[in-house]
Design a protein around this ligand. Structure first.
Ligand code: CUA
Length: 324
């Protein structure tokens, strides 16, 4: 046998930490699920060793020497009682977590709609009569339970931030509710967890957890209109944005661009990622994205603007990068 075989589980475990891992919980719900997973893992290991030990012993005894009085207790005890008690105890332990995971939120509601390979996000602070619209990034305050109301545009998707909690399916025409109480500020990664089409694997997002104070400051800034273009190239970029009809699909609050088809771009420049966790919000990536949408993200609705000259793409990217 290959001597390096022991490396396989070790390398596997190395991949279990980090910002997209259910084994590095950063919130109350994820911590409960982590405990459940550890209990099940330890239980499974104990059971595996016990059963294999028993199998090892039994195969070394001749069937003739096996006292017949052991047979019924073994079948009833090992075949009926043991699994019933074990699975029953696990079920009770798992179910006992459900009420606290379904506890009501503390006020803030975040609505997330899964679109064709990106995320439409609306923040509804308690008492608000209009949402603060964003996309492809979810910010939540630490130490508070936030209610996430989820649905989908066309296909079934699944919302999952492993470091914060369990996954929840997202359906067209039906709202599902997930509440999460993150605890450790940081930037975590969420990923669509239900195969939804050609760009399923490219349907990710950043979940940014902030202290309640930082979150309040951010939310106020997010509610504000976009900064007007500050440099000559960004101003030229805004003209290209208008001439190419980008505003028919994208909204930039505070401007005449009010399209609702694609992601809201009002504060695109302050997000952690572009194209739903696929690229970074840098000049090069913005240029590459606009010119090669379908190559980067198969079946995406936005056409590739590959007829734009390099200088035009650069100006457009400058405008988009400056939307903060
Ligand atoms: Cu959306 Cu998979």
């Amino acid at each position: 046998m290959c001597r390096g075989i022991w490396l396989v589980p070790v390398l596997g475990l190395v991949g279990c930490s980090g910002r997209q891992s259910a084994l590095s919980p950063a919130g109350e719900d994820a911590a409960w699920l982590h405990d459940l997973w550890i209990v099940m893992l330890v239980g499974a290991i104990v059971l595996w060793i016990a059963l294999n030990g028993l199998f090892f012993v039994i195969t070394r005894i001749s069937p003739r020497k096996w006292p017949e009085t052991y047979v019924n207790p073994l079948i009833i005890g090992g075949g009926v009682l043991l699994p019933t008690v074990l699975v029953g105890a696990l079920l009770a332990y798992g179910l006992s977590m459900m009420p606290k995971m379904r506890a009501d939120g503390d006020g803030l509601v975040v609505k997330v709609r899964a679109e064709e390979w990106w995320w439409r996000v609306e923040y509804w602070p308690s008492g608000a009569d209009a949402p603060i619209v964003a996309a492809n990034e979810i910010r939540l305050p630490a130490g508070q339970r936030t209610e996430l109301r989820l649905d989908a545009n066309k296909y079934i998707h699944s919302f999952w931030v492993p470091a914060l909690g369990g996954k929840m399916d997202m359906f067209p025409g039906r709202e599902t509710v997930l509440t999460l109480r993150p605890e450790i500020p940081g930037v975590y990664r969420g990923q669509c967890a239900e195969f939804c089409g050609p760009s399923h694997a490219l349907m990710a997002f950043e979940a940014v957890i902030q202290t309640p104070e930082d979150f309040a400051v951010w939310l106020e800034a997010e509610a504000a209109p976009a900064n007007p273009p500050a440099t000559p190239e960004a101003q030229r970029g805004e003209v290209i944005f208008r001439d190419e009809g980008c505003g028919a699909c994208h909204a930039v609050r505070g401007t005449e661009f009010t399209g609702l088809v694609g992601p809201d771009l009002t504060h695109l420049g302050s997000r952690h990622s572009l194209a739903a966790g696929t690229l970074t919000v840098t000049r090069d990536d913005l240029m590459a994205w606009v010119a090669h949408t379908g190559d980067i993200k198969p079946a995406v609705a936005m056409p590739a603007y590959d007829w734009l000259a390099e200088a035009q793409l650069s100006d457009l990217a400058a405008y988009l990068e400056g939307l903060k």
